[in-house]
Design a protein around this ligand. Structure first.
Ligand SMILES: Nc1ncnc2c1ncn2[C@@H]1O[C@H](COP(=O)(O)OP(=O)(O)O)[C@@H](O)[C@H]1O
Ligand SMILES: [Mg+2]
Length: 277
């Protein structure tokens, strides 16, 4: 049974009594699995091992992420909840080309990607929120950091500043523009990191623990921001209720593979009871 493999509590898996198993063909839950035009990320048979470590962190992993806007529904929103060290961050870094798999095929936006040049294009279209904000932020002030991507994409300084200020406003960070980046709190850094990612107007997001360090009010704002974006994304989180609010299906990772454990059926008239692990 999947719930034994997943190592997660029944409270998590049995939400509303709707426990789901992966189908025999693999990890795909989506309605439009045959629609290759809407396939944004397609990983097949990926293997990865860190130099010097004994086993594979990623071991024959398959994953598909779809764009569902063709049928008028917002993008595919996958949540990943899995133990520390199960390879979630590694998986994101492989998708972005920051780590090179030892074997397997990666197709992004319908094209095979393998060289650094291929991944440079990918990195302009997929926004990665790093797990550690210190890996993301590098400018002295918040405004410089958030305006960096638009400037890099050819906007004038005034245009870039406007984009940056708009995004900071959306994230509830008005007045943060001249703050010194390295002096921000952990939660503030996380939000500013997200602002730098959104400023590049990505088509897809990979969000590595975006709610870490955020207070409840800020988390609620993040739920609204993510819902309004209408983008496809994969989001890693250890927080059940946050994950259930912002994703449509939950996956877990174990033994180097990823597989779905729950599809969330949203009924406006019900209030799902979520048990904590
Ligand atoms: N740079 C590295 N060198 C060697 N091992 C690493 C490195 N980064 C991560 N690992 C190991 O790979 C495994 C997966 O790490 P990671 O992808 O960060 O997991 P997760 O994000 O699920 O917590 C862990 O056992 C971790 O210790
Ligand atoms: Mg991680």
């Amino acid at each position: 049974m999947v719930f034994e493999n997943a190592g997660l509590s029944c409270g998590f898996l049995c939400l509303n009594g709707r426990f789901s198993q992966p189908d025999s063909s693999g990890v795909v839950f989506n309605m439009n699995t045959n629609d290759h035009n809407s396939l944004i990320i397609n990983l097949e048979g990926i293997f990865f091992k860190y130099p010097g470590s004994s086993g594979n962190v990623i071991d024959n992993l398959d994953l598909k992420l779809y764009r569902r806007d063709r049928i008028g529904i917002m993008g595919d929103r996958i949540g990943i909840m899995a133990s520390n060290g199960s390879g979630k961050t590694t998986l994101f870094h492989i998708i972005m080309g920051l780590l090179k798999p030892d074997a397997g095929n990666i197709e992004i936006f319908g094209k095979p990607v393998s060289t650094e040049k291929d991944f440079e294009k990918v990195r302009r279209r997929i926004g990665l929120l790093f797990q550690d904000a210190d890996d993301q932020l590098f400018s002295p002030t918040v405004l410089e950091d958030v305006a960096f991507a638009p400037m890099n994409l050819g906007k004038t300084p005034d245009q870039a500043k406007k984009i940056a200020l708009d995004i900071l406003n959306k994230l509830g960070l008005d007045g943060f523009e001249n703050r010194i980046t390295y002096k921000l709190s952990g939660g503030e850094k996380k939000l500013v990191s997200l602002a730098t990612v959104l400023a590049m107007k990505p088509e897809v997001l990979l969000l590595d623990e975006p709610s870490t360090g955020l207070d409840e009010k800020t988390k609620a704002r993040l739920v609204d921001v993510l819902s309004d974006l209408g983008l496809s994304y994969i989001l890693i989180s250890h927080e059940n209720d946050f994950l259930y609010k912002v994703t449509d299906s939950i996956y877990t990772m174990e033994n180097g593979k990823i597989f779905p454990v729950e599809k969330i059926h949203r009924h406006l008239h019900t209030h799902p009871h979520i048990s904590h692990e």
